[in-house]
Design a protein around this ligand. Structure first.
Ligand code: UD2
Ligand code: MN
Length: 409
């Protein structure tokens, strides 16, 4: 009798496990499918004008400086004619020839910036505006590389001297856009990245966009800057010398309600890569992270909410040296960024690419990059008070915002 009972319990256990595994697959499938449907309806909703909170179409703020917003760009984003496909050349190989592998250098702390003229001489195949396309094969990907900048010219020189030869060696078709924030107000990296996305899309049809800090030097050219093929964004700089090459991810102190306390969030700053539909489905970066901190996690949360996972097929070969630097006063830490993070997901629909506005002051095609200078305005006084206020631990995540984010920049 006990023998019978034992085999009966064994069989019941098997059935139970079968049931648990089957339900797991059904639930996962339904969640993924639901998320993808949601992405598409969101992309379509951006195309309908009624859904825009602001409509700045044709609005001018002074005699010659137009205010740009998503509206001005809708046509370009939909379809931008591109001659590249007409080239009758064989596709570039899966593995670009002549890559060097590890480029780690001992003299990183002593990197002397070469003058721009010298970098141009060393990179004779670049076209004006910092553009390159391989001559003997048809490139697999077309990339816009977008660098946020103000000051830090020396870092830009070091970056371009280091990266231009690598990007060409990887047989990319690419253009470098340096997005310069004018004036001396608080820096707003997220907002200039949004503007960079729109300006680049207007310029040309790209397969994907790389948001690239000026101080990040790739240490291995086998980490290819090829666009995601797996329909997920990429975070390239998860292994950084400054963080002892430890895979960077963390649990969020302040998080939206649908993120679990123990859930780890991968690092999404430094160098990240998105396609147009991924970025648009997340409504771009949030525009309201003035000063340092938070905007990178916020974008990750937006993408996560859209059902994306991060992917990096090159693993540890994507490692970076970060040039040492101090934090600028005009990029002071935003002490409100934790509280903003709590609402990252509820805010994403109302605020981002669809509410972005800026003035483009100039576009200059330099030999090594396209230089776009923009004015993104400045935060209102209540915001500055909010971001400078010394928060206690108790109020860190839950602070009321003393301004209406839907009606300010
Ligand atoms: C981290 C992230 C960065 C960003 C930031 C939080 C890394 C490697 N990077 O950067 O992606 O999310 O935290 O806000 O961890 N910049 C200027 N002029 C300025 C200020 C900033 O050009 O006055 C640009 C420049 O391209 C710089 C980038 O903005 O690399 C990010 O600023 P950072 O390097 O001072 O911040 P960091 O290293 O803490
Ligand atoms: Mn940095």
């Amino acid at each position: 009798m006990p023998l019978h009972l034992a085999s009966y319990i064994k069989r019941m256990k098997k059935i139970l496990w079968g049931f648990i595994i089957a339900s797991f697959f059904i639930v996962t499938y339904k969640t993924i499918k639901g998320n993808r449907d949601h992405i598409h309806s969101l992309i379509n909703s951006f195309k309908s004008k009624e859904d825009f909170i602001f409509d700045f179409f044709n609005q001018t703020e002074n005699a010659d400086t137009k205010v740009f917003s998503l509206d001005n760009f809708t046509l370009f984003l939909d379809d931008n004619p591109d001659k590249l496909e007409e080239y009758d050349l064989p596709l570039c190989p899966q593995k670009p020839p002549g890559l060097k592998g590890n480029l780690r250098r001992q003299d990183y702390l002593d990197l002397t910036p070469p003058p721009f003229e010298k970098i141009s001489i060393d990179n004779p195949r670049l076209s004006i505006g910092g553009r390159y396309t391989p001559k003997h094969c048809r490139p697999r990907y077309k990339l816009a590389i977008i660098i946020p900048l103000r000051g830090r010219i020396r870092q830009l020189q070091v970056l371009l001297a280091h990266m231009h030869p690598i990007w060409q060696g990887q047989q990319l078709d690419y253009t470098v856009y340096v997005m310069w924030q004018s004036g001396e107000h608080l820096f707003n990296k997220a907002k200039i990245m949004n503007a960079g996305f729109l300006e680049a899309s207007k310029d040309r049809k790209y397969d994907c966009y790389v948001f690239h800090d000026v101080d990040m030097l790739l240490e291995n050219d086998e980490c290819l800057y090829w666009c995601p093929t797996e329909d997920n964004p990429r975070s390239l700089s998860v292994y950084v010398d400054k963080f002892f090459y430890r895979y960077k991810s963390y649990t969020l102190k302040c998080r939206p309600s649908n993120i679990r306390r123990t859930q780890t969030v991968p690092y999404f700053g430094g160098v990240v890569m998105v396609t147009k539909s991924q970025f648009m489905s997340a409504n771009g970066f949030s525009n309201i992270y003035w000063g340092w901190g938070g905007e990178d996690n916020d974008l990750y949360l937006r993408l996560w909410n859209q059902g994306y996972q991060l992917h990096n097929p090159y693993g540890k070969s994507c490692s970076y040296h970060m040039i040492r630097h101090k934090k600028e006063k005009s990029n002071a830490e935003n002490k409100g960024h934790f509280a903003l993070m709590t609402h990252a997901i509820t805010r994403m629909k109302y605020e981002g690419l669809n509410t972005l506005r800026y003035k483009r002051l100039s576009t200059k095609r330099e030999p090594l990059f396209t230089n776009i200078t923009i004015d993104v305005g400045q935060p209102i006084k209540q915001y500055v008070d909010f971001m400078m206020y010394n928060v206690t631990d108790d109020e860190l995540c839950h602070r009321s915002m003393p301004w209406d984010f839907q009606h300010s920049n």
